[in-house]
Each structure stands twice: as C-alpha cells, then as structure tokens.
Write a protein that binds this ligand. Structure first.
Ligand code: ATP
Length: 388
C-alpha cells in the first residue's frame, strides 16, 4: 500500500509568509492526484515536502504506513520527475536509468564484503537485485520506446526523449509513489498532448500512486483521478475533475478552472410579487424556485452569479431551460475554428467610475460567422447550470 497522507502540513520559509498552510490531503493507493493552482500557490513546496527535499514547519507526512516526516529523501521510497528532467549530462541514458538502483543495491567492494559478513542472506538478495538491473533497464526502455537511445548522452536527445528517459529512470526504481513537478512544461504543445496520454496509460499499467503538480488546468482535468486546487498556500477543494468543474467550492475554484474560467457577475436578487429576478448591469434573469439560491431572511440580496462560457447561448429564443438574460455589446471574437469565444461588455450602469463588467460566451462556428460585432447581442443563460 502506498497511500500518501499529509496531516496539517505547513511550510514557512524564513522571513516570508506561509508557503503552505495546514495542508490536509489523503492520496489513495494507486491514485493519480493532481495538485493545481496559480504560480506561487505552494504546489512545488508541497511536493518537495513529500519527497523530503524540504523540511516541514509543522504537521506529519506518511507514505504507506510509515511516518516519513523526518526520514531522508533516499529512504522514502519515492521517485520524483522534475520539469528540467535533471538527467546527469555525463552519463549515457542506460547509466542515467540504472544509477539509482546501482547505488541502492551495489556499492564498492568493501561495503559489499562488509554487508556479506553482517547478513549473508540480505546481502545475497541485494546481489540478485543488482544483477537484475540491466534487464530491468532494458524492459522499461522497451516500454517507453527508448531502447535505441540507451547508449546516447542527454545532449543527444530531443526534449520529449529526455522526458521519457527521466520517466524511465523513475520507473526502474519501482517506488512506492511517483512525484511529478510540471514534467511536461518544457515540451511543445503537440508533444505535451501525446505525453499526457502516455502518462495516463502508464499510470493504468503500473498501478502506482502518482502525485502530479501543474499550473495547467487542462493537464489537471485530463490526468487526475482527483484534483486538489490550491491558492496562496491553502487547499481550496479536492474532488474528481467533474466535481471541481461543476461544483466548485468557491469563487477561486470556479474562475481558476476552465479556459476561460467561469463568469462571475455581482448583482442583486430582487423579489416582486413572489417572483425572483437577478439583476446586474442590464442583465435581468427570471429565477424559478428550484434554481434559486437559498437566502437567509437576514442576508443582503446582493449575490454573485456564476455562469460558464458554454452555458451562455447567444440567441433571441427564450425558454425555461435557457431564459433570456439581456443584451451586451460584443467587443472581441476569438475564433478557434469550429468554436470560439465571444467577449461581451454588459450595459447598464456601473457604480462610480468603475468599468462595466465583461463576460465571455462560448459559441459555435455558425454563431461566430453571423456578424456578431454589428450590434447588441442577445444572451440566454442555461438555468440548470447557474452557480450562486
Ligand atoms: P510555480 O507554479 O510558479 O512553480 P508553486 O505553486 O509551485 O509555483 P512554490 O514554489 O511552492 O509555488 O512557492 C510557494 C511560495 O513559497 C511562493 O511565494 C515562493 O516565493 C515561496 N518560496 C518557495 N521556495 C522558497 C524558498 N526557498 N525561500 C523562500 N520562499 C520560497
């Protein structure tokens, strides 16, 4: 079992605010967990604390059933794959992949002799493991399609090949858990997609526990069994990709996930003759009872409505599923071919000299080609997908 548990783990660097605050996280055995969040939110620091490369300022870390909080990195039985691959430039691919195991099972003549004298049985087992290193390296190289590269040096490899070697080096060690720190960020867009698929496949085949750090939420959504979203050193939400996307715990998660993120519109919920209407900057949206947020009698009627770009339809038609919500002025259309994004400036009055808010709708090719910029565009909001 290689369950990884962080219990109230904190990190405070000298002279700075907390990089990680009381992080509680349980990564199940064989789970692929992605830690995601904006730059500086504490992802790498969290990963480095799991690896033992950074001391914790408070809390405990267990891997399997072992409390490893104060165990040195080499004795934690984990393998880490870095963004810059961290290959040894003066070693061939084969040596890069076997080096860790050679250190673990080998040693110089004196240390091997000393081991044999101390405990002949364990020494024999280690010797067996040592003899098997070349076979293991060959097997892993074949799995990753890098057998032909084994005698090359890192400088003779492309970025993608280096990344595979770094992965291979981690796999041959058969660690209890893999830690990845933005391993694909130095690759071009096409190769990233390919490697992402391979990583997912590899996870299935190895059945290993993997913790993966990225600031790229597409990577997070496609790779993770679960996603842990962090902001400013604090864990915001943990859940399946669908949960964090469709049921974000707070405004940060809502706007961080999605490209672009959820539109957040500050307005008021107004009641007239038992009917509720959301009003904000020219938006007037009838809200039926079962889609209304629960309002405490004492609470102010000011409220934030969240609606994802794909849940805004640019149409005159109004229905119960997608009631008309108002009109806005198109400012910019970004076409991606079959779909695209329409950035719309809302009308109405903004308080003081504040700018009127802009919201983004996702539209298909036919809508994009319909001369959108000519005039105010009608908007409908999908009733089932509103977030309050
Ligand atoms: P990125 O995506 O940019 O790599 P991150 O989410 O991985 O960011 P961390 O590298 O974990 O963020 O950093 C978290 C915070 O801790 C940041 O404010 C950073 O400046 C600070 N920090 C990280 N390492 C150190 C250090 N060695 N000394 C002081 N502060 C540090």
């Amino acid at each position: 079992m290689a369950k990884v548990v962080l219990n109230q783990v904190s990190k405070r660097f000298s002279g700075s605010v907390a990089a990680v605050s009381e992080l509680n996280l349980e990564v199940a055995d064989q789970e692929f967990l992605v830690l995601v969040g904006p730059s500086g939110c504490g992802k790498t620091t969290s990963l480095r604390m799991i690896a033992g490369l950074e001391d914790v300022s408070g809390g405990e870390i267990t891997i399997g059933d072992r409390n490893v909080t104060h165990v040195s990195p080499k004795d934690r039985d984990i393998a880490m794959v870095f963004q810059n691959y961290a290959l040894y430039p003066h070693m061939t691919v084969r040596r890069n992949m076997s080096f860790g195991l050679q250190l673990r099972y080998g040693g110089n003549f004196v240390s091997r002799l000393w081991r044999r004298l101390r405990d002949a049985q364990s020494a024999a087992e280690r010797e067996k493991q040592y003899q098997q290193i070349p076979t293991k390296v060959d097997q892993v190289a074949a799995t990753l399609g890098i057998s032909k590269l084994l005698d090359r040096y890192p400088r003779e490899l492309s970025g993608g090949e280096r990344q595979r070697v770094a992965l291979g080096r981690a796999i041959v060690r058969q660690p209890a858990a893999f830690l990845f720190d933005e391993p694909l960020s130095n690759l071009d867009a096409k190769l990233r997609v390919e490697m992402r698929r391979e990583l997912k496949e590899l996870h299935r085949r190895l059945g290993a526990t993997m913790i993966y750090v990225t600031h790229d939420q597409v990577e997070a959504m496609t790779l993770g069994d679960r996603i842990a979203v962090m902001d400013q050193g604090v864990l915001q939400q943990v859940g399946s990709p669908s949960e964090v996307y469709h049921k974000p715990a707070n405004r940060f998660v809502a706007s961080f996930l999605g490209t672009p993120g959820m539109n957040l519109l500050e307005g008021e919920l107004v009641e007239e003759n038992g009917q509720f209407q959301f009003r904000a900057f020219g938006v007037r949206l009838e809200v039926v009872a079962n889609q209304r947020p629960e309002l405490k009698p004492s609470s102010s009627r000011k409220i934030v409505l969240g609606v994802r770009p794909e849940d805004i339809l640019l149409t005159e038609e109004s229905s119960a599923d997608c009631p008309h919500a108002g009109r806005g002025q198109v400012e910019l259309v970004e076409s991606l071919g079959d779909t695209g994004y329409v950035h719309i400036r809302l009308s109405g009055e903004a308080p003081g000299s504040a700018e009127l808010p802009r919201i983004t709708a996702k539209a298909n090719g036919a809508v994009l080609n319909s001369n959108l910029e000519a005039g105010p565009v009608p908007m409908g909001f999908r009733a089932q997908s509103l977030h309050w």
